[in-house]
Ligand binder design. Sequence first.
Ligand SMILES: Nc1nc2c(ncn2[C@@H]2O[C@H](COP(=O)(O)OP(=O)(O)O)[C@@H](O)[C@H]2O)c(=O)[nH]1
Ligand SMILES: [Mg+2]
Length: 301
Amino acid sequence: MPSGKVIRVLVFGSTGVGKTSLCNTLTGRNRPTNNGPFGVTQKTHAFAPFVHDGRRIQIIDTAGMHESDGGTVKTDEAVQQIVELLQNSKDGFHLLIHVARATRITKEQEEDHDFFVRRMTQSMVPSLMVLTGCENEEPMTKWVDEHRSAFNRYNYKDLVATCFAQGGKLEEHYAPLREQSREVTLDAIVKYALSEPYLLFGGTTGRTLQDALYGLWNEFVDLAKLPAKLRRRSNESAYALLKRLGVPEKAAALAIKHIPDLMGEIGDRLPFPAAGKIMKAATLLLLSPLMKKKKPASTKD
Ligand SMILES: Nc1nc2c(ncn2[C@@H]2O[C@H](COP(=O)(O)OP(=O)(O)O)[C@@H](O)[C@H]2O)c(=O)[nH]1
Ligand SMILES: [Mg+2]
């Protein structure tokens, strides 16, 4: 019998670096990977827990936060992404894995690190850097060993040199490297994971999902390159934000009476793409504290 609770690991990084390939290799699953320039639209996905070395491990795969469609971020998907990400965070995390290609450090990488490590988890969750694309190094760790110092300031617990490529002409070359990469990554997970999960909200944190969202919202708007008007101003209420986004007063008032679907409809008339879906997702989250308060009131005897 595996001992202890599940180790929850959040995997993040730019689109096309090999996040899903890593997750598939670690879990033995086969979810679709990205081949094209813009990546398939993927969402946060929590894989079924599996056992390694007597420990149960759960991997949570995310979509790249910078995912673009011909250069413009798909706004509605980006918003749904953060909603899902937070929903998948309710049991907290024991470890973060930042996946990147073993080339230069990019601005996107820096932004992702800042968002997930510093803003989202307050630097309270240890992180590993997994570098993919090391299949041509001999040994695989060569590039990583030569460039270790460039990563010093990010405080990664370790840098792991890997290859998670699969298929094609080079499959015979890849297969043993993947197996080797699986072993070193899993060993690092077990070694560096917290013994208790760090919770972003809920439990004894005294924070709600909405608090977590409020804390991350503006960061996310910037990172995903959403329209700047979606930024929430300091101390701006959900109602004020909706009104400022052009939602008529009456409708904003109605929204506060908990009608997310209506907000979707209103959003469709806002002058930027996919506003309806954004408004729906945002409304659900921004206004759900009010929804929760409403319930007990309406179920009075
Ligand atoms: N050369 C090479 N390709 C890789 C490696 N890992 C993943 N890939 C390929 O990179 C592409 C994108 O991988 P994917 O896992 O979908 O990336 P994600 O967008 O970060 O989830 C796929 O074609 C993978 O086969 C690696 O270590 N080396
Ligand atoms: Mg992916």
